[in-house]
Write a protein that binds this ligand. Structure first.
Ligand SMILES: Cc1cc2nc3c(=O)[nH]c(=O)nc-3n(C[C@H](O)[C@H](O)[C@H](O)COP(=O)(O)OP(=O)(O)OC[C@H]3O[C@@H](n4cnc5c(N)ncnc54)[C@H](O)[C@@H]3O)c2cc1C
Length: 429
């Protein structure tokens, strides 16, 4: 059995970008991936001339260096798009974000939203949970008409069981001036971290994976880690192969790692059991016509509609569809306690796509691709911080770095995952 310096489990964006940075540092690492292809959630699927991602995968950059790196990895094909997104509510489409565009709603509703927002500007005690955060930032009108129904639909747990910290980055809080600007219907600046985004000019998001993957010769595919012995520092794979490590980097979902570590101490086992997540049932459709006049994505807060978001691949790149055709993704969230009925969901999706005017009828659908994503979003509940901290420090004491969106158990974007990998390569290996 050969001794490896660094062993990486998982060849998603995290494992691959880490291997890329390590190669630059001339550190030898071997990567083991359970699937026949690398990429994890950043893979793309081709079907009948349509290219689908695992739901929408759009790049947002906070860091100029990551933007340049990704553009380099994509051979200069990265393309910038100005967001065109909206919210479907009160049976109509209004511009996104809701909290700055409620003036498009019936007068009574818009007045409630504005009054609540003004009241919420008064100083209040510091918000603890996500529900209190919503009320304190947006007031009762916006909370009741959008924030609470939308987030309850997405997170599948009562919002007072969620921490608010993750939200500060992702949910924009407009200023009163920005709201007034919109009320007078003057041209206004777009808001939020995602007011523009980037996407490969050719192919799906998997192009990013291909870029990081090319030139790496140390990847073992169809190699599922099935046991990790921390004392002996050995990983066992599905085919019986054993690999020894000095440093193990795991990018697989934390709960999955917990299942394969042998002889976990009871306290740590309990912390693993406290981790919660929501899953995403992603249905991609190839359709006859390109509807929705250039929109990129739409949020749905209404309770009767099963999906919380849909988006349009053909508006990210015309290379993703056969000439003249359209394609869309539909996302439904579910959890262990609130499962999705796989037998019925297809019919319900089609019913509401037609009811909301997204497609005219079922005959418009050419093909379907379904991705059942078990680990969609880690849930930041009251146990989250402590359980995660205990697990990660236990792993670190045992020469294991757990990283990536599901390895570090954080709401990380693709850019965050690349930045994290760069930092680990620089400082920890
Ligand atoms: C619905 C959805 C939409 C998203 N949209 C965006 C977006 O628009 N923009 C954005 O920036 N980010 C988005 N993300 C986040 C993005 O997908 C992640 O940040 C990124 O893909 C995480 O990469 P990763 O390598 O950490 O994890 P993964 O992609 O999950 O990779 C982990 C890898 O480990 C492998 N593996 C698992 N178990 C084992 C085992 N036992 N042995 C060996 N290998 C194993 C898996 O097969 C996989 O290849 C989205 C995520 C979801 C769920």
């Amino acid at each position: 059995m050969k001794k490896r310096t660094v062993l990486i489990i998982g060849a998603g964006l995290s494992g691959l970008s880490l291997a890329y940075f390590l190669r630059e540092k001339k550190v030898k690492a071997e990567i083991f991936e359970k699937e026949i292809k690398p990429g994890g959630l950043c893979r793309s699927i081709e079907k009948q001339g349509f290219v689908f991602d695992y739901s929408g995968h759009l790049l947002h950059f906070r860091n100029r260096n990551t933007l340049s790196l990704v553009n380099k990895v994509l051979n200069g094909s990265l393309t910038k798009h100005k967001r065109k997104a909206c919210v479907y509510t009160f049976n109509k489409f209004i511009p996104y974000p809701f909290q700055a565009n409620f003036n498009y709603l019936p007068k009574r509703v818009a007045e409630q939203c504005l009054r609540g927002f003004i009241e919420a500007r008064k100083p209040t005690p510091k918000s603890g949970n996500f529900l209190q955060w919503i009320y304190s930032k947006f007031g009762k009108g916006i909370a009741d008409h959008f924030m609470i129904p939308y987030n309850t639909k997405l997170w599948k747990i009562p919002l007072d069981e969620l921490d608010h910290k993750w939200a500060e980055r992702f949910i924009v809080v407009p200023t009163i001036e920005q709201i007034k600007e919109r009320l007078t219907k003057k041209k206004s600046k777009s808001l939020g971290y995602n007011d523009s985004f980037w996407y490969p000019g050719r192919g799906g998001i998997e192009e990013l994976i291909n870029g990081f993957f090319s030139g790496l010769d140390n990847i073992h595919l169809c190699a599922q880690a099935v046991a990790v012995d921390l004392k002996k520092k050995i990983v066992v794979f599905g085919d019986g192969r054993k690999e020894k490590f000095d440093k193990l980097v795991s990018t697989i979902p934390l709960p999955e790692l917990g299942k394969i570590i042998t002889a976990l101490p009871k306290g740590i086992q309990d912390s693993f059991e406290e981790l919660r997540w929501i899953s995403i049932y992603n249905v991609n459709l190839g359709v006859k016509a390109r509807g929705q006049s250039g929109r990129h994505w739409i949020y749905f807060s209404q309770k009767d509609i099963p999906f919380f978001r849909i988006g349009f691949f053909h508006n990210f790149s015309s290379h993703l569809v056969p000439r003249g055709r359209g394609s869309l993704y539909v996302d439904i969230s579910y959890s262990k306690d609130r499962p999705v009925c796989r037998r019925e969901i297809g019919g319900r999706i089609r019913k509401y796509l037609i009811a909301t005017g997204i497609i005219k009828d079922e005959n418009e659908i050419y093909c379907e691709n379904i991705n059942d994503i078990k680990y969609g979003y880690p849930v930041y509940d009251k146990n989250y911080t402590l359980a995660r901290r205990k697990i990660l420090s236990f792993l670190s004491r045992n020469s294991v770095i757990s990283c990536g969106r599901y390895g570090s158990w954080r709401y990380l974007s693709m850019e965050d995952v690349i930045l994290e990998a760069e930092k680990i390569a620089k400082n920890k290996l």
